[in-house]
Structure formats: structure tokens, C-alpha cells
Design a protein around this ligand. Structure first.
Ligand SMILES: C[S@@+](CC[C@H](N)C(=O)[O-])C[C@H]1O[C@@H](n2cnc3c(N)ncnc32)[C@H](O)[C@@H]1O
Length: 291
């Protein structure tokens, strides 16, 4: 909050309103003239926020890739701050019918926006074995990707894989008990694939940056290295002076567009992790727009 909300009369955009925890904190810091816009691709998050956030907060259901277009009419000459708290929300994880948890039985859905796209069950029911393996390897970084992909294809020939517990059972049978790390990895991989998260992240960073006015700040919280790497790279590029054209004179264009506010990512302290164990892998990075 200290990095993000530097002007209490500014316009702020929470691109991942989720359960509204961060939005509530932002709204608390705003004074007259300040505005908070909350976005999320999940209709449940928007509906819940309508009841729980102050009525002045403007809420929009949209994906990162649609966010700039959606909020543009509301932000005038630009936002003072944009927040992206990546990944899934506690709400999504805790509601078994959303299919995000391998610990609770529910339909194997995993979509953040249930109005469009393939569910994880549909993906696993139709994809080639090689594509399933590629998804598990790339997005789950799972060394057991090949074995698990083969087991999934073998299992679906007898019976479609429809629920989280059916998939968890297949993984448990495929990899030895010591390797049950595959369970979170497979679910993470499917979530990233079903929601197009890596493409969305790229679009979100660019949109978030383009919403800012000079002095505005982009704050991003990521939860695993696949997410953190592009965030780090994006911010580093902004804070690096562009390569000048040969023979050109120094000008404003030769200055970096951004300034890193976090040289190293901020990590949660022991107390925060104790109070909220889901924050344990969080990394926060922030950049300020200079021009
Ligand atoms: C970690 S939660 C945010 C929690 C929130 N900061 C809070 O305090 O409750 C991430 C949220 O981002 C949303 N989300 C993830 N990817 C998105 C995308 N590409 N476009 C829009 N929303 C997205 C998810 O639906 C989820 O509700």
C-alpha cells in the first residue's frame, strides 16, 4: 500500500480485485477526489465486491487483455497506481465447484471466467498426449510430465476425466508417493493453460503500464517463477535507457521510461506468513513511470 497509494486524490486500478482485500485497503487510503476502479475476469469476484466494497468503487468484469480499453473512459489523463495480484484467489481455491483444488472434489473446470473457453476436463479430454505433456512441463515444470500425460490419455480411453479427485487419483497412481509434488504442479499447469495466463500476464503488464500517468506506479505480486520472470524482465526493460540511434543527440527519449521502486522483490515477513500462509511464495515488484 505504501508503494502504491502515493496520492490519496489519485485514480487507482486494481486489476485483480478477487476477494477485495487489497481494494478495501486502497479505498481506505483515498480522500475526496480519489477513485478506485476494480477489475477481475471472474464474475463471482465482481458480484462479491459489489456487496463488500464501498459504493464509490467502480467495478468492471474484464481480462487483463481487455482492461485498458475498459478503464480508459474512467481514467482521464492517467492512473496514479495499478495493482496486479496474480494467480487465483482464495475464493476460487476454496469453492470446490470451481475445480481449482486437488484436495476437494469438484468438476475439473479451473476457468477463472466460467462464461468462455475450454474447461480443464475438456482440455484433457481432447488434447494430444504430446500437448498435455508440453503443458505439464512448461507450466508445471514437472519432471514427471511424460508419465502423467501418458496415464491421462490411457485413463480417458476408459472413462472421461471429469472431476478434480479423478485427476488427483490418476496422478497418485502414476508417480510414487514421494513425488506427490506433482499434484500442485499439474493443477497449476492446467490452470495456466486453461486461462491463457502467460499471454494474459504480458497483456496485463503492458495495459497496466499504459494506464499510468507520469509519476504513476505499477505494483505486481507474483507467486511462482514462471510469473515472476516476465514481471522482472518487463520492469527492468522500462528502467533501462533505450539504445540511442547512431549519431543522435541526447534528449528526453534517451532517458529510461521507468524507475524501479524495488531493486529486489519485497517478500512477506514471518508474521504475515503465519497469518496468511498462502502469501508465503509472494514476490512484490514495483516500478514508477517517469515518462
Ligand atoms: C490472487 S487473486 C487477487 C486477490 C485480491 N488481491 C484480494 O485482495 O482479495 C487474483 C485474482 O485475479 C484474477 N485474475 C487472474 N488473471 C486475470 C486476468 N488475466 N484478467 C483479469 N483478472 C484476472 C482472478 O480471477 C483472481 O480473482
Amino acid at each position: 500500500m505504501a508503494l502504491l497509494v502515493w496520492d490519496p486524490r489519485g485514480i487507482y486500478v486494481d486489476l485483480t480485485v478477487g476477494g477485495g482485500g487489497h481494494s478495501r485497503r486502497i479505498a481506505d487510503r483515498l480522500t475526496e477526489g480519489g477513485l478506485l476502479i476494480g477489475c477481475d475476469r471472474d464474475a463471482d469476484a465482481i458480484a462479491h465486491s459489489r456487496n463488500s466494497l464501498p459504493s464509490g468503487v467502480r467495478l468492471r468484469q474484464c481480462r487483463f487483455s481487455e482492461a485498458l480499453e475498459t478503464v480508459q473512459p474512467l481514467i482521464g489523463d492517467g492512473a496514479s497506481g495499478v495493482l496486479m495480484d496474480l494467480g487465483m484467489s482464495s475464493y476460487q481455491l476454496d469453492h470446490a465447484e470451481r475445480g481449482f483444488s486437488y484436495l476437494a472434489d469438484g468438476p475439473l473446470d479451473l476457468r477463472m471466467d466460467r462464461s468462455r473457453g475450454l474447461t480443464a476436463a475438456e482440455l484433457l479430454g481432447t488434447a494430444e498426449e504430446a500437448d498435455i505433456e508440453r503443458i505439464l512441463r512448461r507450466y508445471g515444470e514437472d519432471p514427471q510430465a511424460r508419465r502423467i500425460a501418458r496415464s491421462i490419455v490411457f485413463a480417458r480411453q476408459r472413462h472421461p476425466i471429469r472431476t478434480t479427485c479423478e485427476l488427483a487419483e490418476i496422478i497418485r497412481h502414476t508417480v510414487p508417493a514421494t513425488q506427490h509434488k506433482s499434484l500442485p504442479r499439474v493443477f497449476q499447469a492446467l490452470r495456466i493453460a486453461v486461462n491463457g495466463e502467460m499471454e494474459e500476464l504480458d497483456a496485463g503488464l503492458t495495459s497496466g503500464w499504459n494506464m499510468l500517468k507520469p509519476g504513476g506506479r505499477l505494483v505486481v505480486i507474483s507467486y511462482h517463477s514462471l510469473e515472476d520472470r516476465p514481471v522482472k524482465q518487463f520492469m527492468k526493460t522500462l528502467a533501462t535507457p533505450p539504445v540511442p540511434d547512431w549519431g543522435s543527440h541526447p534528449s528526453a527519449e534517451s532517458l529510461p521510461r521507468g524507475r524501479l521502486l524495488t531493486k529486489k522483490p519485497l517478500l512477506p515477513g514471518a508474521q504475515e506468513i503465519q497469518e496468511n500462509p498462502r502469501a508465503r511464495s509472494a514476490k512484490l515488484r514495483a516500478v514508477e513511470r517517469i515518462r
